[in-house]
Design a protein around this ligand. Structure first.
Ligand code: MN
Length: 384
């Protein structure tokens, strides 16, 4: 005999339109729920992919697992995860590496709290490695160090597939997955390898941040891997990562961001040139913060660090693709760009040009993409 609870659950599943269920009604605008499970064939698919990945890897001794410069948590976690997999399942020596800087307080805390075995690599390639792997980016994007290194043999990335990636002996690109950490977790699961708490925490945090707490560009596999990792996560460390201490410069940067931010087209766009920034990662962070403004279609932040202009775009507008937009605007200006649906970024070498001039050029191009006229805009915060 069905209990009252079961009956209620059945009514909810039957749909709000016919039977009325307050919760379903309230969330009806959110679209169909994403099933928190993997595709039925996913286990078999990743077993097969793992076999092919390892057969490529095992022909080598020593791997460098590289990710994009100024890596975010998903990039760091994926690099450490693939290095772990290659060591444990492939029997290779493997080192995770990145270029650029890790500046954002949460990301610094990620490395420090978990003591992750990832190393900063110089621009010159160390000949000691005989296998180059690339995660969370693809060869064509060009946003990683060691450009003189051999073409990566293994490429794993959830961003849309680029044609050049097919040149890698093993490539798993384009997902669908909200995070590269999800793909790496699936390989670990296929290999029956339980990650140690520090790696599990990093992968979990990678999925959490790239999908904005499973709320943006999320797939069933992300939710499934998030749940699988959860019991392995070091919760105290995670809490310290998510609530880090920040330097004074952080508050100045935000102060300047709010002061300089300009609204266009009656608040549909918010653009800000932060000028010189203390770490490049403050640029995407500010873009991410500003996109939460009511009624906004996109936010765009720019900032200068060590002779390069960093640009970050965030969209609420589902009709446009951030990755494509940023590539279209920044590539002709000599920039390297990466990103996907709702978030993307680029860095453009200034080559002696004034940063403000290049930023203005970039802003004009993005406003043009939305057919918004250029101009000074309205201040986000009324000036005293
Ligand atoms: Mn990612």
């Amino acid at each position: 005999m069905a209990t009252a609870g079961q009956a209620r659950a059945e009514r909810c599943e039957a749909g709000p339109a016919r039977l009325g269920c307050a919760y379903s009604m309230r969330h009806a605008h959110a679209g169909p729920p994403i099933p928190p499970r993997r595709h039925p064939n996913e286990e078999a698919i990743f077993k097969d992919r793992l076999r092919r990945l390892l057969s490529v890897a095992r022909a080598h001794r020593s791997a460098l697992v590289l990710t994009h410069d100024n890596p975010d948590p998903d990039a760091v976690a994926s690099a450490c995860g693939l290095a772990f997999l290659l060591e444990r399942a492939g029997g290779l020596d493997a080192q995770a590496g990145y270029g650029g800087v890790i500046g954002r307080a949460e990301n610094k805390a990620l490395l420090k709290e978990l003591d992750l075995p990832i190393r900063h690599v110089g621009r010159r390639f160390d000949e000691g490695y005989d296998l180059i792997c690339l995660v969370d980016t693809q060869p064509e994007v060009g946003n990683y160090s060691l450009r003189g290194a051999p073409f990566p043999r293994i490429v794993i990335d959830h961003h849309p597939a680029r044609p050049q990636s097919a040149r890698a002996t093993f490539h798993d690109v384009g997902g669908p997955a909200g995070a590269t950490s999800t793909l790496i977790t699936q390989y670990l699961r296929a290999a029956r390898l339980a990650p140690p708490p520090s790696l599990a925490t990093a992968l979990f945090y990678g999925i959490k941040t790239d999908t904005r707490d499973l709320g943006r560009q999320v797939e069933g596999s992300d939710i499934d891997c998030y749940n699988w990792l959860f019991p392995l996560v070091d919760k105290r460390a995670l809490s310290r990562i998510e609530h880090p201490l920040v330097p004074k410069a952080y508050f100045s940067a935000y102060h300047r961001a709010y002061e300089r931010a300009r609204l266009y087209a009656e608040g549909q766009a918010c653009l800000v040139d932060l000028g010189e920034v203390y770490v490049p990662e403050i640029v995407p962070e500010v873009a991410e913060r500003l996109v939460s403004l009511e009624g906004l279609r996109f936010s765009l932040a720019a900032g200068t660090f060590q002779g390069e202009l960093y640009v970050s775009l965030r969209l609420n507008d589902k009709r446009k693709n951030a990755g494509k937009l940023v590539r279209d605007v920044c590539a002709p200006m000599g920039g390297s760009a990466g990103g996907h649906g709702a978030m993307a970024g680029a860095r453009i070498p200034l080559e002696g040009r004034p940063a403000a001039e290049v930023a203005a050029e970039v802003f004009a191009a993005f406003l043009g993409a939305w057919k918004i006229p250029e101009g000074p805009g309205e201040p986000l915060v009324p000036q005293a």
